[in-house]
Design a protein around this ligand. Structure first.
Ligand SMILES: NC(=O)c1ccc[n+]([C@@H]2O[C@H](COP(=O)([O-])OP(=O)(O)OC[C@H]3O[C@@H](n4cnc5c(N)ncnc54)[C@H](OP(=O)(O)O)[C@@H]3O)[C@@H](O)[C@H]2O)c1
Length: 166
């Protein structure tokens, strides 16, 4: 598979990149190239996702079987990034969070539990749950049945950078 990871250098994205490379996938990453060097073996594209023009130029007319997106701030950024290659990408996976379920979670809660409100066009990334839900809605808006929303709980691993492992 040809996989595009939006992000891919910190923690979850970096782990996704490494697993994909081990599977034999061809991996492209897109980030600013500011915080950490790319995983060896990827094709690293540089763009600032808050500036869709730079993302458009970086992606060009290429196509991918799947995109994995780890964005955690303003939903409008997810929407812009999803729209750009929408007709050249098979699937769009968004790393969401169980935080999108409204608190308190009912006993035995599953995917049908009530959700927080979110706005896919919002440029506000200050909160956590509402932007994650907005990001989900942005991905669904563009990719519909071709989207996967992974509503994870706590994610630990070798690149954990939130400081939870200690
Ligand atoms: N940790 C947990 O327990 C947990 C639980 C539930 C959900 N989650 C979700 O999991 C995801 C974790 O993400 P991660 O940080 O581990 O992902 P990551 O893909 O490993 O790292 C974040 C990437 O975003 C890039 N980036 C930041 N600002 C950017 C910009 N303006 N333009 C382009 N790229 C930019 C960074 O590179 P540059 O800085 O070089 O641009 C970096 O590559 C989040 O969405 C979080 O909500 C985490």
């Amino acid at each position: 598979m040809h996989v595009l990871v939006m992000g891919g250098t910190h923690h979850v994205g970096r782990a996704v990149v490494e697993v994909a490379l081990r599977r034999g996938d061809t991996v492209t990453t897109l980030n600013r190239g500011l915080s950490r060097p790319p995983v060896p073996g990827v094709e690293a594209l540089a763009a600032d996702r808050t500036d869709p023009g730079t993302v458009r130029r970086a992606l060009g007319e290429r196509s991918w079987d799947a995109v994995i997106d780890t964005w955690a701030w303003a939903p409008s950024v997810v929407r812009d990034s999803a729209r750009l290659p929408a007709d050249r990408v098979g699937h769009y996976g968004y790393v969401s969070s169980r935080a999108v379920y409204a608190w308190p979670w009912p006993p035995g809660a599953d995917e049908s539990a009530p959700l927080v409100a979110g706005d896919p066009g919002s440029q506000d990334g200050a909160d956590y749950a509402a932007p994650k839900r907005g990001g989900e809605l942005a991905v669904l808006e563009v990719f519909g049945e071709r989207a996967l929303l992974a509503r994870t709980g706590t994610i630990l691993g070798p690149y954990e950078d939130v400081g939870r492992i200690p």
